[in-house]
Design a protein around this ligand. Structure first.
Ligand SMILES: [Zn+2]
Length: 217
């Protein structure tokens, strides 16, 4: 059933029409009828201190081979598309930046930004050849503002690389470990990324089930 909410609008496209997609013991999940984003209304968000404490538990380490392998699923297809010695940004890099190291090992320079660990707002005044956001977009409080900002920071012809797990259907969603993490509040599907592609005039390439590359036109 489509419901028009005056107090809940889609945080990505601002549409006020959504369906109740799923409900569990802790939260409700709405699906925008326009961009198909599944989102958790603000009243269910955890406090910012609690969010930070969850990220502090992420033991991401640049020497961890498993973590490097995980990130290589984005870095390898991205590196195939980059010219030499490009400048980039690791957006939402977390407490132990690692993707930047993989890319710097190949001759690129990479700035770091993270609202909790590398709160360096000077990055927002720069333009980049590439931006990476690995396991970031599911945490965004204001994806409308953040995606606008990311695409504005990209040069024409630049690449935006994203990793996030995609929504398949309601049956998969209810069993999904991804929704148990209370810091995950936005869940995307193919249609949502197609919407972003049209809105920001960027070609899209789904290089793996959870790795997406945009090329700004
Ligand atoms: Zn929407």
């Amino acid at each position: 059933m489509i419901v028009r909410h005056d107090d809940i609008c889609c945080p990505l496209c601002s549409c006020k029409d959504s369906t109740l997609f799923f409900k569990d013991k802790k939260r409700t999940y709405h699906r925008c009828v326009s961009c198909r984003l599944v989102f958790v209304p603000k009243r269910f968000w955890i406090a910012i201190e609690e969010e930070r404490a969850t990220y502090d538990l992420h033991e991401n380490d640049a020497n961890d081979r498993g973590y490097r392998q995980f990130l290589s699923r984005l870095s390898i297809p991205l590196l195939e598309r980059l010219d030499k010695q490009q400048s980039g940004l690791d957006f939402g890099c977390g407490p132990g930046p690692t993707l930047s190291i993989l890319l710097e090992e190949e001759g690129h320079s990479v700035d770091l930004y993270d609202p909790f660990y590398f709160n360096n707002s000077s990055v927002f005044n720069k333009k980049y050849d590439f931006i990476c956001a690995t396991e970031v977009v599911e945490h965004l409080h204001d994806p409308n503002r953040e995606f606008t900002c990311l695409f504005n920071m990209l040069k024409r012809g630049g690449w935006l690389g994203i990793t996030t797990k995609l929504v398949i259907d309601e049956a998969c969603f209810r069993r999904w470990h991804y929704i148990r993490d209370m810091t995950h509040i936005c869940f995307y599907c193919h249609d949502t990324f197609e919407y972003l592609s049209r809105r920001f005039n960027a070609a899209i390439d789904f290089v793996a089930s959870d790795v997406i590359l945009f090329n700004k036109q």
